[in-house]
Design a protein around this ligand. Sequence first.
Ligand code: GYE
Length: 322
Amino acid sequence: MKKLGAALAAVGLMAVALTGCSAGGAGGGGGDKVITVGFAQTGSESGWRAANTQSMKEAFSSKNGFKLIFNAADNKPENQIAAVHSFINQGVDAIVIAAVVTTGWDDVLKEAKDANIPVILEDRTIDADPSLYASWIGDDFKKEGETAGSWAAKTVGSTPTNMVVLEGTTGSAPAIDRAKGFSSSIGGTSITTLDSQTGNFTRADGKTVMEGFLQKYGKKINLLFAQNDDMGLGALDAIKSAGLTPGQDIKIVTIDGTKDGLTALSNGEFNYVVECNPLLGEQVASVVKDVIDGKKVEKAYTAKDLAFDQAAAKEALPTRKY
Ligand code: GYE
């Protein structure tokens, strides 16, 4: 255990190092013209999102030479498209999007292109033609799902296990890719999916949907895969109210690695948590500057993510940033 903890901590040093990134923070360098950036954020559904928003606001600060126009779309695709339209009309220098869903982007991105406004994606990927955006900075959701699934396969995969799944926002890149990754890792094991429904990445819906699962399947459920910490945390309430012990009667694996998630893990209520790094702001700001300065940027920058068992969570918590 100690050894695993140390190894995980060592990898932890790489947590914020993004592959292929250019050096330096967002500040300085580009003359004194203020860069106006419209940021279309998904909403405020989770602890991960709160950390991501804070990271973006810090990086796109006036101190760093930016004027940030922030919009949170309440996880409604139509709100988000409207926000991007409004950024185009305001003539911003660049647009950053954390897309609620993967589809429906072509028209508005073509408009941005016609207006010569570069678009940079952060966090979530989209299905649009890659020529319509300059770059993407985010996490590897498929790999996160694979890591969560591998843990499940290794831990409970050799005995008959009934799983329920709390999915993220329907049509969002992390919900789609985490599901794919997880499925690929549990193929050929004795894990059966009893049910899988969206909990919209929120605690409230995680709780409600888990209540429904418990009413329907009761003690049959042995495993919960929650596609983010918040839904898993909401589910804890439902599981306890049903007189069951989370982490024991029902094993729980989640994704994100927020302080609250790792606390539940170190308390033994969760069993495994895969990290998804939300602290992308500095990297996004640096790419935005490079794009505006006409420098060549990579099409994709992928953050490195860790994974935690209970011992590793205890070790990580005191210095956890989000
Ligand atoms: O896992 C979830 C959030 O897009 C990776 O969105 C992000 C996800 C994250 O609401 O908590």
